[in-house]
Each structure stands twice: as structure tokens, then as C-alpha cells.
Design a protein around this ligand. Structure first.
Ligand SMILES: C[S@@+](CC[C@H](N)C(=O)[O-])C[C@H]1O[C@@H](n2cnc3c(N)ncnc32)[C@H](O)[C@@H]1O
Length: 306
């Protein structure tokens, strides 16, 4: 069974911040294996759920896991950024959750190409209906654009050098597998494995994944749109896994919480429920090492902000 031992990240913390025991509608923008959603529906018989995932396989699995609650759910294979195209009963929404990035079952499937430690095609698409995949980026993007992606999305120091190595390699052969790319990175970074040191390919794979799935594009606008539509006391909680995403979340929330910098929209519309991001305990990290880099931030709509 897919992800049988799946452990949702920061589960109790997220549910507490969403105050998910209240009756009403909850929106999960990133269903994955439905870890968070299932707990909301299981613990709260008066909760209804609208869920999104752009990955067909994730959605099918979420549907299966949420089947005991099928009369209280509505699921869509769609990008959460298309939320406004869906007819949602916004006045009834109590909480919106985003648990960004990829899920463990995507990472663990070699055929998806997300992991540099598994041999597979350089795919990395969450939505496999889209044309652009990682191999195509490596094949088609001009060298300076590749360098920019590695620098901006991977915070990789030898970004230009890696882009040059890729441009020179692709003149001879197509770079189509995760192992080919990992070996180029190891060569450029003169990688020698050391305990506790993160493999440089992790940064390169992160950068490509962000570009393939346009992970940062429109995230701030999405958060603004949700904040705008949330009714009084509606909550929005976001779990992010890298600093680029967390920065967008932090700045968007901070702006909406400050009346004078709220884009001329007047009074502050939200309270920050997390002054500092909530991070996993050592105990959670030891149970689930993938929670290591998670950061959770949440806000609550003002009662006079609607
Ligand atoms: C970290 S997992 C969510 C895990 C889930 N909370 C759980 O506990 O099972 C993220 C999921 O969001 C999906 N995803 C990422 N970005 C998305 C987007 N922009 N729109 C819709 N789904 C997205 C991925 O396909 C993946 O399945």
C-alpha cells in the first residue's frame, strides 16, 4: 500500500492553529496522502473538506484514504492557485491548509525523478499532464537561465560552473536520468561524502523541481486571495520546507498584519498566530526525518476585517 506509514508533518500543531475542532468547511490545498485532512475529518464529524492536489496519483490515493468520509468531501485534481475558480462556500470556511512541496510517495518513486539517490528519468512533474519536465529544462534552457535557476532556487554556489558543465555535456549526449545529473553535480562540486553534509545534488534537484512546478510563482497572490476571502476567525496555516517559500509566506502574512503596509487596503486584516514559525520537535524529527526543515506559520482573520 502506498505510504502506509505516512506521518503528516506538524500534525497536532497545524490542527491546533486551524482550530480544526470547529464545525464548518476546511480547505486542503495540498492533499498528498491526506494525512492532515483525514485527521480533521476523523476527529470532527461536523467538518467538511474541499481538497486539491495537482498530482493524479496523489489525488487517487487521497480519495481512497478519505473514502469513509466521502459524503463530506469534494476533491479536485487542480493547482491550489486555481482555488478561486472553484465554487467554495467562503463564509463557511473555518480553515485553509497548505503543506507545500512534494510528498514522500512522490520522492520515493524512482519513476518520478524527484530523488537524486534513486535512478530514474529526470521528470519531477507533479502534474504529469504538463509538458515541461526536468529533462526538457536541462536540454532546452540557455546556459545563463540554468545558472540563474541553480543560484536562485537552489542557492548553489557554483551555479554558473554547473550550468556550463551541463551545456557542454548536452552537446554530446542528452541528460535524461537522475544518476547522470547527480554525477555531473558531484564532478562540478568535487563531492566527497561526509557524515552530516548534505549532497549538493539535493540543492540542484530542489532548484529544478521548483522550476518544473513553478512552485514560487503566485504563492503570495494565492495567500492574499485566501486572506481576502476568509470570513471572520477563519484560519490559514502554511507548512513550508525551504527558505524561499517560507520567505514568501512570512512577508505576505507580515504585510497583511500591518495596517500601514497593507497595500492601501486600510486596517490590518489578520492576526499572526505564529510570531515565529513553529518547527518540529526533536522527537518528531527522529520519528520522521523529512520533517527536519518544516516551518509552520498561521494567521487568523480579524472579526472586523470582513
Ligand atoms: C507535502 S505533500 C502534502 C502531504 C499531506 N499534507 C499529507 O499529510 O498527506 C504536498 C502535496 O501537494 C501537492 N502540491 C504541491 N504543489 C501543489 C499545487 N500548487 N497545487 C496542488 N497541489 C500541489 C503535491 O503533489 C503533493 O502531493
Amino acid at each position: 500500500m502506498i505510504g502506509r506509514d505516512h506521518i503528516p508533518v506538524l500534525l497536532e500543531e497545524a490542527l491546533n492553529l486551524l482550530d480544526a475542532a470547529r464545525p464548518g468547511l476546511y480547505v486542503d490545498g495540498t492533499l498528498g496522502l491526506a494525512g492532515h485532512s483525514r485527521e480533521i475529518l476523523k476527529r470532527n464529524s461536523k467538518a467538511r473538506l474541499v481538497g486539491f492536489d495537482k498530482d493524479e496519483a496523489a489525488l487517487a490515493e487521497a480519495q481512497r484514504r478519505l473514502s469513509p468520509y466521502e459524503n463530506r468531501i469534494e476533491l479536485y485534481q487542480a493547482d491550489f492557485r486555481r482555488i478561486l475558480e472553484v465554487d467554495i462556500d467562503w463564509p463557511g470556511v473555518r480553515g485553509v491548509l497548505l503543506d507545500l512541496g512534494m510528498s514522500s510517495f512522490q520522492l520515493d518513486d524512482p519513476l518520478r525523478g524527484f530523488s537524486h539517490s534513486l535512478d530514474g528519468p529526470l521528470d519531477m512533474r507533479m502534474d504529469r499532464r504538463q509538458h515541461l519536465d526536468a529533462a526538457r529544462i536541462l536540454d532546452k534552457y540557455p546556459e545563463p537561465k540554468l545558472a540563474e535557476i541553480f543560484r536562485n532556487y537552489g542557492e548553489l554556489r557554483p551555479a554558473a560552473k554547473l550550468a556550463r558543465a551541463i551545456a557542454s555535456r548536452r552537446r554530446m549526449t542528452k541528460i535524461e536520468s537522475t544518476v547522470q545529473l547527480r554525477e555531473i553535480v558531484e564532478d562540478v562540486c568535487r563531492w566527497i561524502p561526509q557524515k552530516g553534509k548534505i549532497h549538493p545534488a539535493a540543492k540542484v534537484f530542489q532548484a529544478l523541481r521548483i522550476e518544473v512546478n513553478e512552485e514560487l510563482a503566485g504563492l503570495g497572490d494565492f495567500l492574499d486571495a485566501v486572506i481576502d476571502r476568509l470570513p471572520a476567525d477563519g484560519r490559514l496555516a502554511v507548512i513550508s520546507f525551504h527558505s524561499l517559500e517560507d520567505r514568501v509566506v512570512k512577508h505576505t502574512f507580515a504585510r497583511a498584519a500591518r495596517p500601514e503596509q497593507n497595500g492601501g487596503r486600510g486596517a490590518a486584516v489578520i492576526d499572526l498566530l505564529t510570531k515565529h514559525p513553529v518547527i518540529p520537535t526533536d522527537e518528531e524529527i527522529s520519528r520522521n526525518s523529512r520533517s527536519r526543515s518544516a516551518k509552520l506559520r498561521a494567521v487568523r482573520k480579524h472579526s472586523h476585517g470582513t
